[in-house]
Design a protein around this ligand. Structure first.
Ligand SMILES: Cc1cc2nc3c(=O)[nH]c(=O)nc-3n(C[C@H](O)[C@H](O)[C@H](O)COP(=O)(O)OP(=O)(O)OC[C@H]3O[C@@H](n4cnc5c(N)ncnc54)[C@H](O)[C@@H]3O)c2cc1C
Length: 506
């Protein structure tokens, strides 16, 4: 038997009881691809290949398309579907068939496909979010009822979430050491997906009508149109990574200056959709450390691995990750309650916030960057969310508005790091108590006056103005211009997945 591609048995675990992986020439292994939408560097796909190789079986990748998902619009659906279209071709080159199922009950749809093609083993990737956990549980129950085997494999984190810790961590300082102990076991190169798997030859699967489903998703979500600078898919993701580690990582220590956006990797949209593996990014960054500097590399690694995996830890072990009660510690909940009736210096409605109609030019620029660029600079995200706490009626309303705006406009929204970012800013998650003040209580405050000493606010506003102008021109022409990219970095691929932009309702 060939040696296992997914070498560590701790990366995956059974979701069904009393079953074991079974497959054969007429019983393909199904990989239900959901969070990790790539062929390269994907432990869940590699695990499916292991079961298939051991049984001379083919692999079928199944993806279930929902009609709606946590407020995602054309911007996010377009990015995802165009990325999946590329994935179908990459899978085919490895003899792996891609199938699409449809509907808002993914477990039922995936199980029905598995039954139709005679599959007795389904491998899922992992998500710590409520919907993902619920769907996998439902799928496991359906599998168990017909004695089929279902397992999940964490292909998103370097150290599988449940292996990194069995409890809610206090913060980065407690998770960092736990992760570091496990890097020798988990932080290593990926094997290639084999290209000698038997080809699927079971009952015919419907060809995916990409043009039709993309057009439908764009029309349904047209209130938030696509951003044309963001080229979706694995090829573009690797081009962004390559450009960052070889040319821009050396700037990473300037990452808190929004007027120099190239200092950030810009990778979050591709990481969010799993179009690139975080582990791949960490490995390539390490190889390129000589072109940057050890501190730049270390800071990048800290964000990419420690902070990102801390977000999964929070969402997994705190199911109310997007609500005030999701904060475990009383100091934060008590202080917010104590200051709930403090007079707010300004009060804005959701619509005023959405349209960037506040008195604060920095906040308005950040909101416009999000709305027109599809991604807000990381430093501004903190300021932006904290001001929402200051200018709305209650912490509950602030959290609701921040998550709504982030998930509606950001390409990387609906992500554990987004919920944790909002909870850190507004509810003090992973933070400590600070000097008490109005509205915030002991939650960390950020002031315009101290922020303006950190970077040039006029330079940032000028950059956002240029971005909005370029984005509006792109919406009209369908072209993709460099100035519309919030990160101002190059994506060195032919715009194979060219997007047709629609004009945004003003
Ligand atoms: C209010 C608020 C909302 C946020 N919403 C999101 C979101 O919806 N999606 C999202 O991916 N991140 C979110 N973040 C975290 C962080 O701001 C973004 O990951 C980062 O700005 C993405 O840009 P980048 O890839 O250029 O970052 P880089 O600095 O180049 O970082 C590389 C990668 O590290 C990870 N990372 C960086 N910073 C953090 C962090 N603080 N917490 C967790 N992971 C991090 C991300 O995966 C990121 O892509 C939010 C933060 C705040 C304060």
């Amino acid at each position: 038997m060939p040696s296992a591609l997914c070498a560590s048995k701790k990366r995956y675990r059974a979701l069904t009881r009393g079953t074991k992986p079974e497959a054969g020439p007429n019983a393909p292994v199904v990989y239900w691809l959901s969070r990790d939408q790539r062929v390269r560097d994907n432990w869940a796909l590699l695990r499916a290949c292991d079961v298939a190789r051991a049984n001379d079986a083919p692999v079928v990748i199944a993806f279930n398309l929902l009609t709606k998902f946590l407020g995602a619009g054309a911007r996010q659906f377009g990015f995802m579907l165009r990325g999946l279209r590329e994935l179908e071709g990459a899978a085919k080159a490895k003899n792996v068939t891609f199938a699409m199922t449809y509907g808002d009950e993914p477990a039922i749809a995936i199980d029905a496909l598995a039954k139709k093609i005679g599959a007795k083993t389904i491998v899922c990737d992992f998500s710590p979010l409520r919907d993902g956990l619920k769907w996998r549980k439902e799928l496991a129950a359906l599998c168990e009822a017909r004695s089929a085997h279902c397992e999940e494999c964490d292909a998103h984190n370097v150290v599988p979430c449940w292996e990194a810790s069995d409890k809610l961590e206090v913060g980065a300082r407690t998770l960092r050491g736990r992760l570091a102990k496990r890097y020798p076991e988990f932080l290593h190169e990926f094997p290639e997906v084999p290209d000698d798997l038997p080809k699927y030859s079971g009952p015919a699967l419907d060809a995916v009508k990409w043009d039709d489903i993309i057009a439908e998703a764009l029309s349904r979500g047209q209130a938030v149109p696509e951003v044309t600078w963001a080229i979706p898919g694995e090829t573009a993701a690797h081009a962004v990574l390559d450009d960052f580690v070889n040319s821009r990582m050396k700037l990473y220590e300037k990452r808190n200056d929004p007027s120099k956006p190239q200092a950030l990797s810009g990778l979050s949209p591709w990481l969010h959709f799993g179009q690139i593996s975080g582990q791949r990014c960490a490995l390539e960054a390490k190889k390129a450390v000589g072109k940057a500097s050890p501190p730049a590399y270390e800071s990048f690694f800290e964000e990419l691995v420690v902070r990102r995996e801390l977000s999964d830890n929070f969402c997994y072990y705190s199911p109310k990750y997007d609500q005030i009660e999701g904060q475990k510690y009383d100091w934060a909940k008590d202080t917010l309650r104590l200051h709930a009736s403090d007079k707010r210096p300004y009060l804005y409605s959701l619509e005023e916030l959405e349209r960037a109609k506040t008195h604060d030019d920095l906040w308005n620029a950040a909101q416009r960057e999000l709305r027109y660029g599809g991604k807000m600079h990381g430093f501004c995200r903190m300021y932006w969310a904290k001001k929402i706490l200051e200018w709305t009626e209650s912490p509950e309303q602030a959290l609701k508005f921040a998550i709504y705006l982030n998930d509606t406009y950001s390409l990387d929204g609906r992500d554990p790091s987004g919920y944790v970012g909002c909870m850190w800013s507004i509810v003090g998650v992973h933070d400590q108590g600070w000097k008490e003040r109005e509205v915030f209580g002991k939650i960390r405050y950020m002031a315009y006056d101290s922020t303006k000493k950190k970077f040039s606010i006029p330079d940032y506003i000028a950059r956002v103005n240029a971005l909005v102008k370029a984005a509006k021109a792109d919406f009209k022409s369908g072209e993709s211009s460099h100035a519309a990219n919030p990160g101002l970095f190059k994506i060195n691929v032919p715009a194979a997945n060219k997007r047709k932009a629609t004009e945004e309702a003003q």
